[in-house]
Design a protein around this ligand. Structure first.
Ligand SMILES: [Mn+2]
Length: 316
C-alpha cells in the first residue's frame, strides 16, 4: 500500500454528505502544518463592477467539493497520495475596503505553512483577490525580479486601469500585478477572452506589454496553451481561473457572465494540457452562488481546484 501524504476520510466509510465541510474534505490546517498546498477562501466581493455575491463563493465551493474524489483518472494520480493538502480556512477580509482587504489577505497568506514549500490556492471571491495571492506567492518564491508566469482563464483581460476611479477592482488585478513586477507579461497568457468591451482601448495595455491572448474564437483543435507553456521550460507559473470563461449555460453562477464561452469539458481539456507546468500558486474565482442553478458552477469550480492540484501531483 502506498503511503498517503493526506489522510482523507474515505467516502466509502463516511458518506461525503456527512461531517464538517472543508475544501475537498481536506483536513483543517493546524498552526504547525507545513503542507504542500494550502487551500483557503477569500469571502470578498467588494471589487465587482456588476452583480455582487461572490463573497459567498468559498462556502458554496466547499460544500460542492465534498463530492470531489482524490483519484484523477486521466493523469493516473491520487492527489492525497502525492501531496499533503489542507483547508487553511478563510483569509481575513475588510468588506468595506478593497485595498485593505488585499493587504490583509496577502499578509495573512504569507504566513501560511512553510513559505518555501507550501503553495497557496485561493478560492474567491471576486477576481480582485487574485492580486493578493499572486503577491504572497511571488514573495514566497523569493521575489523573482522577472516576476511569475501567469496562466489566465477568463472571458475578460482584467487589465483595466481603473473603474469609477478605483484601481483595485476585479477588472484590474493583472495591470497592477504587471506594474508591480509580480507578473512578467512576456510569460502571461489569457485564454478564452471575448467581447464585447467598453472600448477598444481596453485591449491596449495587455497587447502593448506583449501579453499573449487566445480569444475564445481562436480556440480550436490545436494545443496553443500547452505549446506556450512548454515553450518556457523551467518557468514558475501562477494559474488564475475565472469561472466566467465558461459559458453561462454551464456556469451561470457568476457576476459578469459572458455568452459564447467554452464548455466545462473544454475547460478540463485545457487545464489537463498544462501537464508538466510548475504551478506555484493558483486561484479559482467569481463563483456567485445566488445566481447558480443546481450548484453546477460551484461543483465545476470545486473540480477546477482538483484539476490544479492534480497537475502538481502528476508533475512530482
Ligand atoms: Mn476575471
Amino acid at each position: 500500500m502506498p503511503e498517503f501524504k493526506t489522510h482523507l476520510i474515505d467516502g466509502r466509510t463516511t458518506p461525503r454528505f456527512a461531517g464538517v465541510c472543508t475544501f475537498c474534505r481536506f483536513p483543517v490546517m493546524s498552526p504547525s502544518d507545513t503542507p504542500d498546498w494550502a487551500v483557503y477562501g477569500v469571502p470578498f466581493d467588494g471589487g465587482v463592477t456588476f452583480r455582487p455575491g461572490a463573497r459567498f463563493g468559498p462556502r458554496a465551493v466547499r460544500d460542492a467539493s465534498a463530492y470531489v474524489k482524490p483519484y484523477h483518472v486521466e493523469h493516473a494520480v491520487n492527489i492525497a497520495e502525492k501531496l499533503s493538502l489542507v483547508d487553511a480556512g478563510d483569509a481575513p477580509v475588510r468588506p468595506y475596503s478593497i485595498k485593505e482587504t488585499l493587504d490583509s489577505v496577502a499578509h495573512w497568506a504569507g504566513s501560511i505553512g512553510d513559505p518555501k514549500t507550501t503553495r497557496l490556492l485561493a478560492v474567491g471571491g471576486d477576481h480582485s483577490i487574485a492580486y493578493a495571492n499572486i503577491r504572497a506567492t511571488w514573495e514566497r518564491r523569493g521575489k523573482p525580479s522577472k516576476g511569475l508566469g501567469l496562466i489566465h482563464f477568463d472571458s475578460h483581460l482584467d487589465t483595466v486601469d481603473a473603474v469609477w476611479g478605483e484601481r483595485w477592482g476585479h477588472a484590474s488585478p493583472f495591470i497592477r500585478a504587471i506594474e508591480d513586477g509580480l507578473v512578467d507579461p512576456a510569460t502571461m497568457i489569457s485564454v478564452g477572452v471575448k467581447g464585447p468591451l467598453n472600448t477598444a482601448a481596453d485591449l491596449d495595455f495587455a497587447l502593448s506589454r506583449g501579453v499573449t491572448v487566445i480569444r475564445r474564437d481562436q480556440l480550436g483543435a490545436g494545443d496553443a496553451l500547452g505549446e506556450f507553456v512548454r515553450a518556457h521550460p523551467g518557468r514558475e507559473w501562477y494559474l488564475t481561473f475565472d469561472v466566467d470563461v465558461v459559458d453561462p449555460a454551464f456556469a451561470p453562477g457568476t457576476g459578469t457572465p459572458s455568452i459564447g464561452g467554452i464548455t466545462t469539458a473544454e475547460a478540463l481539456s485545457l487545464l489537463r494540457s498544462l501537464r508538466g507546468a510548475d504551478i506555484v500558486g493558483a486561484d479559482v474565482v467569481e463563483v456567485l452562488p445566488d445566481r447558480d442553478v443546481a450548484g453546477i458552477t460551484a461543483l465545476f469550480a470545486a473540480h477546477v481546484v482538483f484539476e490544479i492540484l492534480s497537475l502538481d501531483a502528476a508533475r512530482r
